[in-house]
Design a binder for this molecule. Structure first.
Ligand code: HEM
Ligand SMILES: *[C@@H]1O[C@H](CO)[C@@H](O)[C@H](O)[C@H]1NC(C)=O
Ligand SMILES: *[C@@H]1O[C@H](CO)[C@@H](O)[C@H](O)[C@H]1NC(C)=O
Ligand SMILES: *[C@@H]1O[C@H](CO)[C@@H](O)[C@H](O)[C@H]1NC(C)=O
Ligand SMILES: *[C@@H]1O[C@H](CO)[C@@H](O)[C@H](O)[C@H]1NC(C)=O
Ligand SMILES: *[C@@H]1O[C@H](CO)[C@@H](O)[C@H](O)[C@H]1NC(C)=O
Ligand SMILES: *[C@@H]1O[C@H](CO)[C@@H](O)[C@H](O)[C@H]1NC(C)=O
Ligand SMILES: *[C@@H]1O[C@H](CO)[C@@H](O)[C@H](O)[C@H]1NC(C)=O
Length: 372
């Protein structure tokens, strides 16, 4: 009696899953078409640039009190295997927040007819997605359906800083996960490494971040690595004179293997540390390096030359506590860009794909606007 029952239920659920996938595909293609028909200037009025105040400290106090512990433990574990683990994790939070808000859109995989942010044709060299996926898997066992991927990114950001020897910032939580991810939005909203202060400020101010936030948040480059393709303009055909102590020549040698620039010898993928002095430590070393002619990107060295940003660079280089305090404030501010909360969006079951039972796959820019 029980057996045929079970198999009928089984067949039914297979049909349901297939129907669900089919619906998802159909509505996704409709959604992509709708998006393509809107031009970007129109989009720019509907993207979430506001700071949403509806997040809370201790949002998971009751529903998943162990969330911080799990995140901390997994980052410590992966760092014990590879000490470059924290930096890409912190960077993911930044890339998530600037492109359609902190809604875990950076984690979604490309799917039928939609290329996701993480697969933008310019390779932003994002990494360590597997750490996020593993944390989510554990959280789904401990507190199923509770912790959003967007909040995992926030927590992974703050615990990565702690893992790298920085303070543990207490960050507001309660973000929900978005339903969309479009590769070309990355080009529109992420600042390029070759921007100077005018461009960087325009970019940050669009999101409600100011000049102090810009300088403090750039201090994230006190950990992590870059690829030669991000500095090619500064070392070839001529080494930028703003590098001192032969640092530009050192980078040139690294990127060209032996310092000459015969055609085809530039190694786009070779890597160097962003803060050559205290590479794996979350401290104010980045600002000291900047003042010492070891700022890596154009966007970094521009902060030294411009009189709107230089005073902050000098302050943070001289006063580490001031930097760490301001970084926490600015990070929390960044973490509120365009978040979804309350009933908006969803809590994804897996961070790289939207839930099958999503109530509405249709693209609706209003979903991206913050609740007041
Ligand atoms: C101000 C504008 C910014 C620009 C132009 C910029 C640009 C870049 C570039 C070009 C790279 C290296 C990519 C590569 O060559 O592989 C990088 C790495 C990194 N960025 Fe930024 N960034 C900015 C702000 C930020 C912010 C606000 C954060 C975090 C709060 C951040 C965190 C990082 C980290 C941690 C890395 C190292 C990643 C790794 O080790 O793989 N950046 N950034
Ligand atoms: C994929 O999207 C493009 C652009 O919106 C559209 O022209 C095309 O018909 C879509 N393909 C399918 C199979 O839906
Ligand atoms: C969670 O607990 C912390 C520490 O006890 C408290 O400061 C915070 O207000 C609590 N948050 C919520 C939403 O209950
Ligand atoms: C992007 O860059 C990373 C790091 O260099 C590399 O591992 C990856 O294969 C690249 N991806 C693509 C699609 O080029
Ligand atoms: C989705 O992306 C993750 C990285 O976050 C990757 O490991 C996984 O293979 C992708 N899944 C599919 C089904 O493409
Ligand atoms: C800045 O970099 C982008 C590619 O990342 C390139 O398209 C643009 O031409 C560069 N601008 C300058 C002024 O070098
Ligand atoms: C640089 O490397 C290339 C290829 O390995 C070699 O042909 C060339 O002689 C080298 N130049 C110098 C100055 O070492
Ligand atoms: C900053 O520099 C500009 C010229 O580059 C100058 O006009 C302005 O007065 C300076 N501002 C301050 C506060 O020094």
């Amino acid at each position: 009696m029980a057996k045929p029952m079970r198999s009928r239920v089984y067949i039914f659920s297979i049909l349901t899953i297939n129907l669900c996938i089919w619906l998802a595909l159909v509505s996704l293609s409709m959604q992509v078409a709708a998006f393509h028909s809107a031009d970007l200037s129109q989009m720019s009025t509907t993207v979430p640039r506001y700071l949403n105040p509806s997040l809370k400290i201790g949002f998971y106090n009751e529903t998943c009190p162990q969330v911080g512990k799990i995140v901390e433990e997994r980052i410590a574990y992966w760092t014990s295997i590879d000490d470059t683990t924290p930096s890409p994790l912190l960077r993911l939070f930044f890339h998530d927040c600037l492109v359609y808000g902190c809604d875990a859109s950076v984690l979604l995989n490309s799917s039928y007819n939609a290329t996701a942010e993480k697969d933008a044709d310019v390779n932003f060299s994002l990494g360590n997605f597997f750490v996020i996926d593993e944390i989510k898997e554990r959280l789904e066992i401990e507190c199923p359906g509770v912790v959003s991927c967007a909040d995992i990114l926030a927590l992974v950001g703050v615990y990565s800083i702690k893992q790298a020897g920085g303070p543990l910032y207490n960050i507001e939580l309660g973000r929900r996960d978005g339903l969309t991810s479009f590769s070309y939005a990355s080009h529109v909203f992420l600042p390029s490494f070759n921007l100077t202060v005018d461009g960087l400020l325009a970019n940050f101010e669009y999101f409600g971040l100011d000049v102090v936030d810009l300088v403090a948040l750039s201090g994230a480059h006190t950990i992590g690595q870059g690829h030669c393709k991000s500095i090619q303009d500064r070392i070839f055909p001529k080494v930028d004179s703003r590098y001192s102590h032969g640092y530009g020549e050192e980078l040139l040698a690294l990127c060209t293997l032996n310092g000459t620039m015969a055609s085809g010898t530039f190694d786009d993928e070779a890597q160097y540390f962003l803060d050559p002095v205290s590479t794996h430590v979350f401290d104010n070393g980045y600002f000291k390096s900047l003042l010492d002619g070891r700022g890596v990107f154009t966007s970094d060295v521009s902060l030294v030359a411009d009189n709107r940003t230089r005073p902050w660079v000098e302050l943070f280089a001289a006063d580490e506590k001031a930097f760490l305090r301001q970084f926490g404030k600015s990070l929390r501010k960044m973490g509120k860009i365009g978040v979804l909360s309350g009933e908006q969006g969803q809590i994804r079951k897996q961070c790289w794909i939207r839930n099958c039972d999503s109530p509405n796959f249709a693209f609706n820019p209003d979903h991206l606007l913050p609740a007041e």
